[in-house]
Design a protein around this ligand. Structure first.
Ligand code: MN
Length: 730
């Protein structure tokens, strides 16, 4: 079991070595504070919890970070796991430390697991974006490294998920931040749990060959350093076996076993100056045979993550190829600690945030590499604050413009979600729908089927164009339905007030004429315009009143000549064009929105009535529903409409055809015969001779539907001397 004393001592050694002159009293105060707060907690292996923060602080010290970073490493789990508060820590250790701890806590709380490959980059970006200060990322990486080192105490399921997350997030971040050493360790530790068989295979091979490898590496190392010492170049040269994960990857990529693999050895030669690097290169190429095409100059062209070195691969006298990396001490530190190395060499006292990023950015922006661009991009998110990353409760990450609200989030998920939104939860707490989202927030949209849709204020609240467009679309579309229903009802009541027959509106040639006069392509467009308020019903009716009156007069005059005056029932032909919506046909209103009233839940077969609602089309009630009794009320009467089930057997209705013909004897009888053989139920059939040797015939009869009407019309047109037909008034 590991003890507090051991860990404290080795942390202290690391601090004294890497951060000389630091205020140890303050560090002791943080150790004491964390120890007190975590006193009742134990690690999985039974040792006191404080060992973990001590180990993390040691890693942070070894990275060469500053005092604030070490203090926040010691306190990093206090807010999450104990009763310590931000204010508490701020009072004792200052604002910076409190904010760093807060930042680490946020990363601890966020869920970075996902199975979707496409989300990885977003995850990493969110990770960066959530960490206002690069030190937060570094402390979090140190935290993860220690957890990985002590992974054997976790359950197998937890081992797998943590290792995946490490491979997906932490190792790539460590790589981007140039921290080779930590990246390698994270990868090797993960591999141990993710591919235990292969890991063991490689480890046992390396162990079996350890002696042999050491002899080989010592021989090469001695040859190089002897030569360099002889020519007066101070150097530190050593050999190593490449790390397990990189061997594993080479095996996978090349489909080879480890003994077939060449190039598992790497030698490092660290010197004082850049000219020395190139001198060493010359000597190495002089001592060994060069493998062509393997030389890389990362000194003149650094890698995106700031890595600099000369790489070359050569073959020694034993015929074994190996890589030699040549670099200065400064390059070496940068390669080992990456961004963190910056603190080591930093002059003066930076504040460890944006200004330090500038330094990284300037370095990176000189590169043409696309990977560099991507890296800069991921840092920029932090620096320019133009994006915010939040998650769904299931862990899907959604990126939104900074300043976005739950409304933006809802519409980013789906317009249906936005339209049905009635509220939102942020981090499991009910929040206002205009709340500003912050990086890492878990947002849940509360929806309801009875939601009334977006409100107009949302247009000013939301931040993303996507949400704004979708809300506008909703208004346009929803309004149209609503407008048509309202427009139609006010148009028709104006028609009634002026004593104009509604049948005129669907009367063939007259219909076209009226629409043309009104300037609309169809009635729905007119109704929508009236409903919207672009045109009043009075004005619309006024425009066509005279035409209708004239047409009606002409028609009835014509009819009066033909037959005794009779009252026309409501035009049943108007029913012909109605379309069923949800299995219901609304008389007088075509294709409007239909919903079934919850109070009485009508089913096909019930006697039903419809109520024109404000904004949701027609609501269908059972005729005997208590809520439908209001239709007796004269104030409401106009909003009740007749409806019927589409599948219901239609009542036969009367229709009238007028036929043009060349005058001849017996034609009336021929027509009567056709009607009889068609089994049409004739109500009236008469003819009238016109002056020019022509006649017209009028036949009024019952049909069930249009197709029956059309088939009879066809038969009548086939009668000799019949030249044309048109639908007439009953
Ligand atoms: Mn921790």
């Amino acid at each position: 079991m590991e003890t507090f004393e051991e860990h404290y001592a080795s942390m202290r050694t690391a601090i004294e070595k890497h951060m000389p002159g630091v205020d140890m009293a303050l560090i002791d105060r943080a150790v004491e504070y964390a120890n007190r707060k975590h006193q009742y907690q134990k690690r999985k292996d039974g040792s006191p919890y404080i060992i973990h923060p001590l180990a993390v602080a040691q890693i942070v010290a070894e990275m060469g970070l500053d005092l604030d970073a070490v203090l926040s490493a010691l306190l990093h789990d206090c807010i999450e796991d104990t009763d310590a508060s931000h204010e508490d820590i701020e009072k004792i250790f200052g604002t910076t430390v409190a904010e760093l701890v807060e930042g680490v806590t946020k990363l601890t709380r966020a869920n970075f697991s996902t199975s979707e490959q496409a989300q990885m980059e977003n995850l990493r970006k969110m990770f960066m974006a959530m960490s206002k200060d690069i030190r937060v990322v570094l402390v979090k990486i140190a935290d993860r490294l220690h957890n990985m080192r002590t992974m054997q105490y976790q359950t197998p399921a937890k081992q797998i998920s943590k290792c995946r997350e490490t491979m997906d997030i932490y190792a790539p971040l460590a790589h981007r931040l140039g921290m080779q050493r930590i990246k390698w360790e994270l990868e090797d530790l993960s591999l141990r749990y993710l591919a235990p068989k292969e890991y063991d295979e490689i480890m046992s091979y390396l162990q079996a060959h350890q002696e042999q490898d050491e002899v080989f590496m010592r021989t090469i190392q001695e040859r190089i350093s002897q030569r360099l010492t002889a020519v007066g170049i101070p150097n530190k040269t050593y050999g190593r076996i490449k790390h397990v994960y990189s061997i594993y990857r080479k095996m996978q990529a090349q489909g080879k076993t480890i003994d077939e693999l060449y190039d598992i050895y790497a030698f490092r030669c660290i010197v004082d100056t850049i000219p020395d690097c190139y001198n060493v290169l010359g000597h190495v190429h002089d001592l060994f045979n060069l493998v062509p095409g393997r030389f890389k100059d990362y000194i003149s062209t650094p890698k995106p993550n700031m890595y600099q070195s000369l790489h070359t691969t050569v073959i020694g006298s034993q015929g074994i190829p190996f890589e030699v990396q040549i670099r200065t001490w400064e390059m070496h530190h940068t390669a080992e600690y990456g961004v963190a190395a910056h603190w080591k060499y930093k002059q003066g006292t930076g504040d460890g945030s944006e200004k330090d990023f500038e330094w990284v950015r300037r370095l990176l922006e000189t590169q043409q590499d696309s990977d560099a661009e991507e890296f800069v991009q991921s840092l920029k998110i932090d620096m320019f604050d133009d994006e915010v990353f939040v998650c769904t409760p299931k862990g899907r990450i959604v990126s939104l413009p900074a300043g976005s609200t739950p409304i933006d989030f809802a519409y980013a998920i789906h317009s249906g979600v936005g339209n049905a939104m009635i509220g939102a939860k942020i981090n499991n707490r009910i929040a206002n729908i205009d709340a500003k989202l912050r990086n890492g927030d878990i947002v849940e949209v509360l929806t309801s089927k009875s939601a009334k849709g977006p409100s107009r204020d949302w247009l000013t609240i939301c931040k993303s164009n996507q949400a704004r467009t979708k809300i506008k679309q909703w208004f346009k579309k929803e309004k149209r339905e609503e407008n048509i229903v309202h427009g139609r009802s006010s148009f028709e009541s104006e028609m009634k007030r002026m004593a104009l027959p509604l049948t005129a509106l669907t009367d063939g040639d007259l219909e076209d004429h009226l629409l043309k006069k009104l300037g609309f392509d169809n009635w729905d467009d007119l109704y929508a315009a009236i409903g919207y308020g672009g045109l009043t019903a009075t004005k619309a009716v006024g425009r066509i009143r005279d035409d209708i009156t004239k047409a009606v007069k002409a028609q009835s005059a014509e009819k009066q000549q033909l037959s005794p005056l009779r009252t026309t029932p409501e035009d049943p032909a108007a029913k012909l064009n109605r379309h069923a919506v949800n299995g219901v046909i609304v008389e007088d209103i075509d294709s409007c929105m239909i919903k079934f009233a919850k109070c009485c839940a009508p089913v096909p077969g019930d006697a039903i009535v419809g109520f024109i609602t404000k904004g949701f089309g027609v609501s269908i009630h059972r005729a005997d529903c208590p809520n439908a009794q209001g239709r007796e009320d004269p104030k409401q009467a106009a909003r009740w409409v007749r409806v019927r089930w589409a599948g219901e057997e239609e009542q036969p209705f009367e229709t009238t055809l007028e036929l043009d013909a060349i005058t001849r004897d017996g034609l009336l009888l021929d027509l009567a015969t056709v009607m009889t053989t068609a089994r049409a139920r004739v109500k009236e059939l008469y003819g009238k001779d016109l002056p020019n040797g022509r006649s017209t015939f009028t036949v009024r009869f019952e049909v069930k539907n249009v197709s029956e009407l059309e088939s009879i019309r066809k038969k009548l047109l086939n009668v000799r001397d019949v030249t044309g037909s048109r639908r007439g008034q009953n």
